[in-house]
Design a binder for this molecule. Structure first.
Ligand SMILES: Nc1ncnc2c1ncn2[C@@H]1O[C@H](COP(=O)(O)OP(=O)(O)OP(=O)(O)O)[C@@H](O)[C@H]1O
Length: 207
């Protein structure tokens, strides 16, 4: 399976934020998206995740699983926000995402308890999400990536608010996903420590 992006452009309001972006990612490959604030990294990721419509271009899967309409059905999206309800426990939040997302063909997510363990917070999944510290909340948002199988991980500033230990843990989770033949697209201002990857430098407005 390959993820192919050809001539993608996107508009926000009146402005063309980026134009003619193309890349191809095979299993085990990562794309790191960099660029100054406002250069369009989040916009690109949201288009890839199916949350925003592209102005032009296309995004498709070559080979691999069938029976889906858009690549976002094969993708996890971790945005700036953690997408968890503060009043629900961590366990309830992860269970919601597990059943809402379901597994893509070709794999299965791990249990919510195992995902809590995997991000180093196994003992506190019974707590309301809102009780957790900012870094713990981000770790739990990462656990969401593990409870449902999705071969493509789209990550927007995944390590913001993380301490050095969590940074390392996150690199390990991403590396393991790539080793299993996953694909990763990450926007970041800091290195993710995942070895070889493709790079895309966003420039900002296209006039
Ligand atoms: N809903 C919107 N309507 C109009 N313009 C928008 C909208 N959302 C974002 N923009 C503009 O699109 C541009 C790209 O924003 P985007 O969030 O993609 O940048 P970014 O590279 O991810 O920035 P950062 O590094 O600060 O997260 C910015 O100039 C922003 O003001």
């Amino acid at each position: 399976m390959r993820l192919l992006v050809e001539g993608l452009s996107a508009r926000r309001g009146e402005d063309l934020i980026f134009n003619d972006i193309s890349f191809a990612l095979a299993p085990g490959e990562a794309l790191i998206v960099t660029g100054p604030n406002g250069s369009g990294k989040s916009t690109l990721l949201r288009v890839l995740a199916g949350l925003l419509a592209a102005e032009s271009g296309r995004l498709y899967i070559d080979g691999g699983p069938t029976g889906f309409k858009h690549p976002h059905e094969l993708s996890h999206y971790l945005g700036h926000r953690n997408a968890m309800k503060r009043e629900l426990t961590v366990e309830e939040n992860l269970s919601f995402w597990q059943s809402f997302l379901g597994d893509s063909p070709g794999g299965a997510g791990i249990s919510t308890a195992a995902a809590g363990e995997a991000v180093g917070l196994g003992g506190i999944t019974h707590l309301p999400f809102g009780y957790l510290s900012a870094g713990q909340q981000r770790r739990m948002a990462m656990a969401k990536l593990l409870v449902a199988h999705r071969p493509i991980w789209i990550l927007d500033e995944p390590t913001a608010a993380l301490d050095a230990g969590a940074d390392r843990l996150f690199s390990e989770l991403v590396a393991a996903h790539l080793e299993r033949g996953g694909i990763v697209i990450a926007a970041t201002h800091q290195p993710l420590g995942i070895g070889q990857s493709q790079a895309l430098q966003m420039k900002g407005f296209v006039h």
